[in-house]
Design a protein around this ligand. Structure first.
Ligand SMILES: Cc1cc2nc3c(=O)[nH]c(=O)nc-3n(C[C@H](O)[C@H](O)[C@H](O)COP(=O)(O)OP(=O)(O)OC[C@H]3O[C@@H](n4cnc5c(N)ncnc54)[C@H](O)[C@@H]3O)c2cc1C
Ligand code: SF4
Length: 444
């Protein structure tokens, strides 16, 4: 991965650097051999299973004929974040899960790895922007709030349509969870930042360290722009209100992962036993990361049974291979401390598990109140923002919302939300449809 100005923001000595890439980029020979296994199916089920509708057989065929630029163009037109999606998408339950080879009990095409092969060199070298045509400036100004996948996609597509787009990000670093949250054995922060550099190279301006609602008010954003897209994701980790929960050693899982990925000198020296509380993908990721970082005893404590867990089965089975234990029907009642130091977690049924670190993966708060701070935005009885299902447009005609903020839970669904909002914004601003415009590629 080449060094871009964004990448230089990352300190040396981050714990995530110890976690190797589990699916390194293919060599030329490996990619061509795998591409040649594809049957280029008519009505390919893999395309229908991709939320962004990438024309998978076409990009694979182009790899087979050594047309890497053409292959990358096919991918990025339908999904501007096709590089990170190649690395982080749960392909087992999306495109590869739908591949016809599964029906014959044969290994499906490694679509994610081929997609990474087709895009990595161009994204890393800064050459990817040259694949896409840009419309002349149209004088329209758009703001995107948050620099995660949803906003990056919306911003990139609108910049290609000739809009002046500014992304406002409260953190010092752009990229959202692609940089702060994704498991390092799938992608290090450098990968997410290379993609931010690609979106910047399409002409998008980034203002980091700017929190909308605090550093800049919603009214001003609406006044200074023709449209605003809100891709602010979710809030902080939910807490557990039981004795001993407040103090060193008990932490939110998403917060812990962010420190592990980005903070210089953040370590695990004293941790011999760790528990992760929760049953979703964040819980499994945190447990796998702890085990792969060398913590000898890692357990996931889940309140129901394995069958009820929302985390992916294939991820849980990898966690087990790495030594992680699953403790079912585990309802924490108290954290046990000695002289303030965390020693164990006690369950409601009296079982106790030793731990010097407990990571809570029991959900994240909502940032719905930020959306409601924009005039005219309607919310339902549960405080969720009401949006038009196909576009993400709110009851304020200048505001669109998408990504995790509206209930998505994958990078690829956030990208699709950003793309759909970009199309809707373009229509609302009267921007003429161009033949071959990137944002019209792929599924509606
Ligand atoms: C630990 C973890 C691991 C994950 N792993 C995967 C994975 O492997 N594969 C996958 O597909 N999905 C994964 N996901 C889910 C995926 O990361 C999200 O679905 C996706 O990033 C959502 O994109 P988004 O743009 O909506 O939000 P985010 O990525 O959360 O980005 C939102 C951005 O908005 C910024 N922001 C918030 N409020 C403000 C404000 N007021 N002003 C300015 N900026 C603001 C935030 O700082 C953040 O940068 C994971 C999630 C977590 C928590
Ligand atoms: S379903 Fe499998 S074999 Fe068919 S086009 Fe898609 S990847 Fe190729």
């Amino acid at each position: 991965m080449s060094v871009t100005p964004d990448v230089r923001i990352l300190p040396d000595g981050r714990l995530e650097s110890k976690l190797a890439d589990l699916k390194p980029v293919y060599t030329d020979g490996e990619a061509i051999a795998e591409a040649n296994r594809c049957l280029y199916c008519h009505d390919a089920p893999c395309i229908a299973a991709c939320p962004t509708g990438i024309d998978i057989p076409t990009f694979i065929r182009k790899i087979g004929t050594e047309n890497l630029r053409g292959s990358a163009r096919t991918i990025l037109s339908a999904n501007l974040l096709g590089y990170s999606c190649a690395r982080v998408c749960p392909v087992e339950v999306l495109c590869a899960g739908a591949c016809v080879y599964n029906a014959w009990h044969r290994t499906p095409i490694a679509i994610g790895r081929l997609q990474r092969y087709a895009t990595e060199r161009l994204v890393a070298s800064g050459g990817a922007a040259s694949l896409l045509t840009k419309a002349p400036a149209n004088g329209k100004r758009v703001a995107c709030v948050g620099a995660g996948p949803a906003s990056l996609a919306c911003a990139g597509y609108l910049a290609l349509e000739g809009c002046t787009v500014t992304v406002y990000e409260k953190r010092a670093v752009a990229g959202g969870l692609n940089v702060t949250g994704v498991a390092p054995y799938k992608m290090h922060a450098e990968g997410g930042l290379a993609e931010v550099a690609f979106i910047r190279s399409l002409g998008v301006e980034f203002r980091t360290g700017v929190e909308v609602g605090r550093s800049i008010l919603p009214e001003r954003l609406l006044k200074e722009h023709d449209a605003v897209f809100l891709g602010c994701g979710l809030g902080t980790d939910s807490a557990l209100d039981i004795p001993g929960a407040h103090g060193e050693g008990v932490t939110g899982a998403v917060g812990w992962i962010e420190r592990m990925k980005l903070e210089r000198g953040f370590g695990l020296a004293e941790v011999k036993h760790a528990v992760v509380i929760g049953g979703g993908n964040t819980a499994i990721d945190a447990a796998r990361e702890l085990a792969r970082l060398g913590v000898p005893d890692v357990a996931i404590l889940y309140r129901r049974t394995e069958a009820d867990m929302s985390g992916y089965k294939h991820e849980l089975s990898h966690a087990r291979e790495e030594g992680v234990r699953l403790i079912e029907r585990a309802t924490p009642e108290a954290f046990v401390r000695e002289d303030g130091a965390l020693r164990a977690v006690r369950l409601a049924d009296g079982r106790e598990f030793a731990c010097e670190l407990a990571a809570l993966a029991i959900g994240q708060g909502s940032l719905g109140s930020l959306a409601s701070a924009f005039a005219g935005v309607k919310t339902d009885a549960r405080g969720r923002v009401e949006v038009e299902a196909l576009t993400g447009r709110t009851s304020n005609p200048k505001l669109w919302v998408g990504g995790d903020a509206t209930g998505g839970e994958l990078v690829v669904t956030a990208v699709q939300d950003g793309k759909r909002a970009a199309r809707s914004i373009a229509r609302a601003l009267g921007i003429a449809e161009r033949d071959g415009a990137a944002m019209r590629a792929g599924a509606e």
